[in-house]
Design a protein. Structure first.
Lengths: 262, 177
């Protein structure tokens, strides 16, 4: 049965118990009995050393989560089968196992350190991106989209007065194909933010706006998560985050209109 | 409304194991494109048959579906199966397993050693490879591995043993620590 290339089992059949102990499969009584045996069995002692070595090789390997684009395509396929399936809740795990965490960066050379700093910033940045996409998905549930329903920017803008500690810019781009539908209050990045709701054909675009803080420069970005495109920019001391399931180039057009607006 | 609640359950019960499913598919197929095809088909099957899932362990159930899908895909392609991995650590299939989703920055940082370890795992016979991957990367219990691979626990234990022996020997031959 066994492949001729694979090694034969050792002479002591208890090596599989040694392995089971390392794998956390033995209860206390079994482990104690094994300990007595191992103390006098050189085969099991060698086996344990080899198993620990094999484990050390693999335990240093990072866990690789499913890339966002693969996940998005799977979700799209599942929705073809069962249209009611909602996009998966944003899910991002970042395991540090392989390099032992950010602190390891101190010993590395300058080039590596620079790349490392970039990587350490990345999860924070994507936590906010994830939160924005999650908020957008939540807002798409019936009855959650707008607190003030109006296609008139002169109605939407004053609505925020007294509800929020800044005056978000509000613009309508109906003539350019992005009509304003309304606005609502949301809570992101540990503060209340303004969410402006736009429509593009059958798609909803949420534009989140809040004042920039002094905590370092905010990089512009353009990403996709769970099939939602997210574009971020800053202008006039404000953070802007646009998120939608419209085509990427359409969302980019929308962002360009905002950036060019007087 | 029964369907609505079962879909909610699918999202809550099965989707959290998507990473495990994709990881197993990648290690079985050794090619990220083929792995995604397997993942897609397996997830659709899981969704279709979720109503009849009565087990207690959705992860093992999903992994079993992924494995069956991967094996039929490998069997279909047997005539044109990819060349088995060579001993060299830099050959393309192994490199792809390492880098198929990495940004250049991550690839830069990922050590050469890790690349070689992954190539050694990828070169293991498939039934040893799946057992080792489920145990070491997915941290499955023997019982879960037995369920996912439809194999008696005793066989799981001896496969795990052989996989580790082969890996340790190959690593020693390559001068890995």
């Amino acid at each position: 049965m066994s492949d001729p290339k694979t090694p034969p089992m050792p002479a002591c059949e208890k090596v599989l118990l040694v392995q089971a102990e390392l794998d956390g499969e033995l209860d206390a009584a079994q482990a104690a009995a094994l300990e007595i045996h191992r103390a006098s069995c050189p085969i099991c002692q060698v086996a344990q050393a080899e198993l620990l070595r094999a484990r050390a090789l693999l335990r240093a390997e990072p866990y690789e989560p499913t890339p966002d684009d693969v996940r998005a395509r799977v979700m799209a396929r599942l929705r073809q089968v069962e249209p009611q399936i909602a996009p998966a809740a944003p899910h991002r795990q970042w395991r540090w196992a392989w390099w032992g965490g950010p602190s390891l960066g101190f010993g590395l050379g300058a080039a590596c350190a620079a790349a490392l700093a970039f990587l350490i910033l990345l999860p924070e940045h994507s936590d906010l991106t994830d939160a924005i996409v999650a908020d957008h998905i939540r807002a798409l549930q019936p009855g959650h989209l707008e607190d003030v329903v109006s296609t008139d920017q002169h109605t939407v803008k004053p609505w925020f007065d007294g509800r929020i500690d800044f005056a978000p810019p509000v613009r309508d781009f109906a003539t350019e194909g992005f009509p304003l539908k309304g606005g609502r209050l949301d809570y992101l990045d540990n503060r209340p933010v303004a969410a402006l709701v736009y429509q593009r054909d059958k798609h909803i675009i949420d534009l989140y706006v809040w004042p920039q803080t002094s905590a370092g420069p905010h990089l512009a970005s353009d990403t996709a998560i769970q099939g939602y495109n997210v574009i971020h920019w800053t202008e006039g001391g404000m953070n802007f985050w646009a998120v939608s399931d419209v085509e990427r180039n359409q969302l980019q057009d929308f962002a360009t209109l905002w950036k060019k607006a007087p | 409304m029964a369907t609505a609640s079962s879909e909610a359950s699918f999202e809550r019960v099965v989707l959290p194991h998507l990473d495990a499913a994709y990881n197993l598919a990648r290690w079985l197929m050794r090619d990220s494109e083929a792995a995604e095809d397997v993942l897609q088909e397996a997830m659709v099957r899981a969704l279709t048959y979720f109503g009849s899932f009565k087990g207690v362990n959705p992860r093992a159930w999903l992994l079993q579906i992924v494995r069956n899908q991967a094996y039929s895909s490998l069997a279909l392609n047997r005539g044109v199966e990819t060349v088995p991995l060579a001993e060299e650590s830099d050959e393309p299939a192994a490199a792809e397993l390492v880098s198929c989703e990495d940004s250049p920055e991550v690839a830069l940082l990922r050590s050469r050693e890790s690349r070689r370890v992954r190539a050694l795992v990828a070169a293991l016979p498939v039934e040893l490879r799946e057992t080792l991957v489920l145990r070491e990367f997915e941290e499955c219990s023997y019982k879960e591995i037995a369920e996912a691979t439809q194999t008696p626990i005793g066989t799981v234990m001896s496969r795990l043993w052989r996989a580790r022996q082969l890996l340790a020997q190959a690593a020693a031959a390559e001068g890995l620590p």
